[in-house]
Design a protein around this ligand. Structure first.
Ligand code: SAM
Length: 349
């Protein structure tokens, strides 16, 4: 029997060095100890071996629990009787902002896993109403632009932006933007992905379509960043509004999983109509629920697997676009924290 689906090509994980940070976030003990050395500034004493530790700053005492934990999880090694950072952790520290974002995100969900595990598994409504995760990721606050609402929106936009700053490298390397002139990033958040695309492809401009509070944040955020000058924002609600018209490339990154099929079908149908007018493209870069979790569950996955039941199988997207007479030009898969599918869709078979 011929399989209905050709398997997506797998992108090798080791092309993306920043993913090394996950090695140091496997257990809660790892997460807390790495966070401690970052927060207290001890890390700076460890990176600058010539400096004496600053007064009032704890240093790594060789017999302490902390040093034993840091040795056990590979942050420290012992050389000539002295502690030093391991080579791999030094590499991870090149991505310190990504490491810190992942720690902040894990700490946000950890109480949900210790105190609400049963509802995460079986009582979705209770979990959505009472978890820290959904309390912080409250999109309804982003409908408003009062200073209080903006501060709350900023707290989770920082997290998504901190991940997307690095995740964007994958679509940038594997999608073809040469034919794109005008790109629409639906649910494009702070504009981080859009500005990186514009920075790498100076021939194009981009529009982010997102909720009003998120657009406000994004306009500020992009002010000084390369590529930001080519990005504009349109505030709207994808459930209610028609997508803005006149784009040849429509991008959906980590946004479709948030919505039930009926909403996603509506918005993707609009996208198909728009690209059919100009022989454009739809690009999708989304977590999917295909495949097993990697052996040895890790705290590094906690934020992403908290949304596990909302991810679709990648076959869902293939069926959707093929049923509308579209062609899957390219489809690749990569595991970041979960499997992500990267699809390029063109009109016509
Ligand atoms: C999980 S975030 C992903 C953001 C971004 N695409 C990225 O990958 O960094 C989902 C995005 O969808 C936006 N969003 C949520 N509800 C929306 C709505 N009703 N209309 C438009 N955008 C919405 C959020 O504000 C957020 O920016």
């Amino acid at each position: 029997m011929i399989d209905k689906y050709a398997c997506p090509v797998r992108i090798a994980r080791d092309q993306y060095e920043y993913l090394i940070v996950d090695e140091f976030l496997r257990t809660l003990i790892d997460v807390q100890s790495v966070n401690y050395v970052l927060e207290t500034g001890m890390i700076d004493d460890l990176t600058d071996t010539s400096a004496n530790s600053l007064p009032n700053r704890p240093s790594v005492d060789p017999d302490s629990l902390l040093s034993k934990i840091l040795c056990a999880n590979g942050v420290l090694t012992v050389c000539d009787g002295k502690y030093q950072l391991s080579d791999r952790f030094e590499t991870a520290l090149r991505y310190r902002d990504y490491l810190q974002t992942k720690i902040d995100f894990i700490q946000l969900v950890i109480n949900d896993w210790t105190q609400r595990f049963a509802s995460l598994i079986t009582e979705k409504t209770e979990f959505i109403s009472n978890s820290n995760l959904f309390g912080v990721f409250d999109y309804s606050k982003a409908l408003k632009t009062t200073p209080e609402a903006l501060a709350e929106t900023g707290s989770w936009v920082k997290l998504t932006t901190g991940l997307t700053r690095y995740e964007s490298a994958i679509p940038l390397d594997h999608l073809d933007f040469s034919k794109t002139q005008r790109l629409l990033d639906v649910g494009g958040n702070s504009g981080e992905l859009a500005r990186q695309i514009c920075h790498r492809n100076s021939h194009l401009s981009a529009t982010v379509f997102d909720l009003p509070g998120v657009c406000d944040y994004g306009r500020q955020y992009l002010q000084t960043l390369p590529g930001g000058e080519a990005v504009t924002f349109i505030a709207g609600d994808l459930r209610a509004a028609k997508l803005p018209q006149g784009y040849d490339t429509i991008f959906f990154k980590s946004v479709l999983h948030d919505w039930p099929d009926v909403v996603v079908e509506n918005v993707l149908d609009q996208a198909v109509k728009i690209i059919k007018k100009c022989k454009g493209r739809v690009f999708i870069f989304e977590r999917v629920s295909n495949g097993d979790l990697p052996l040895g569950n890790s705290c590094a996955m906690l934020p992403a697997i908290s949304f596990h039941d909302y991810y679709r199988n990648w076959q869902w997207y293939v069926d959707f676009f093929q049923a509308r007479g579209c062609r899957i030009e390219e489809m690749k898969i990569i595991r970041i924290d979960m499997e992500f599918i990267l699809i390029s869709i063109a009109p016509g078979v």
